[in-house]
Design a protein around this ligand. Structure first.
Ligand SMILES: *Cc1c(COP(=O)(O)O)cnc(C)c1O
Length: 239
């Protein structure tokens, strides 16, 4: 049951927060709902879950639009790799884009957000381990990247997001989470008055408690709430 899983995850968030002397109110649970049916999303909403993350624009559009009245009060973050030709739709559908990973995408978001008369909240995705297989800004380029993005009128940078290298041992994520936290502090010093990073989106089903201990303000959780996802080829056919 989704309601029980939600309760369990919320409990674990509260415990990790308490362990690290933090308030659970400063940690948002984002339900990563890629491949999850509208029906099950409805169940999650009925159990009080309001924040969702989706990876594919087309899949998200279908799901969000078929929620009807249940959509009221829900908040949607885009957490996948965003193609520039989908930026306009993404701005319309989502409340935040957590996966800003290039200047060209930033420019596209800025242009479409201006046209829509809206300021688009974004997180910058950081490729903490500089993995070739992942998108995101390498840590040593973050400063110059933020410098450029801060100049865009309709893009509001409010945090950093990362996905550390996969490891069967969740504890292996800790140093990467710590690096993201340090980057946030450094950037806030450098850009004080110009921009302010408040959010750290890090931690998934396997390692969210460690992420909370290291300062996460958003944890993105799929499997622990919705169970295992179908095979990847099926997932991509939904996009
Ligand atoms: C799918 C996904 C998650 C959730 O992963 P789980 O291990 O199922 O909790 C988190 N973040 C991103 C970017 C994802 O694509």
């Amino acid at each position: 049951m989704i309601s029980e899983r939600l309760q369990d995850v919320r409990q674990r968030i509260a415990e990790a927060a308490a362990r690290s002397g933090r308030s659970e109110n400063n940690i948002k649970l984002l339900a990563a709902s890629k491949t999850v049916s509208v029906d099950r999303i409805r169940q999650a909403i009925s159990s009080g879950q309001m924040l969702f993350g989706e990876n594919y624009v087309q899949e998200a559009r279908k799901k969000i639009e078929s929620l009807g009245d249940l959509k009221a009060g829900t908040v949607w973050h885009f957490i996948g790799h965003l193609q520039r030709n989908k930026a306009r739709t993404a701005i319309r559908l989502f409340d935040c884009i957590e996966s800003l990973d290039s200047l060209r995408l930033a420019a596209a978001i800025d242009r479409h957000a201006q046209a829509a008369g809206k300021k688009m909240p974004v997180f910058v995705e950081v490729n903490v381990a500089e993995e070739a297989s992942k998108s995101g800004i390498p840590p040593e380029q973050l400063r110059s990247f933020l410098q450029e993005v801060a100049a865009l009128q309709a893009v509001e940078v409010c945090g950093l997001m990362t996905m550390p290298p996969w490891d069967s041992e969740p504890e292996a994520s800790r140093p990467w989470f710590r690096i993201l936290r340090q980057l946030k502090d450094e950037m806030n010093d450098i850009f004080s008055g110009q921009l302010r990073l408040e959010e750290l989106s890090m931690g998934m089903s396997a390692d969210f408690e460690i992420a909370i201990e290291e300062g996460a303000t958003v944890v993105r959780i799929g499997t622990a709430l919705f169970g295992n996802r179908p095979e990847k080829n099926l997932a991509s056919s939904l996009s």
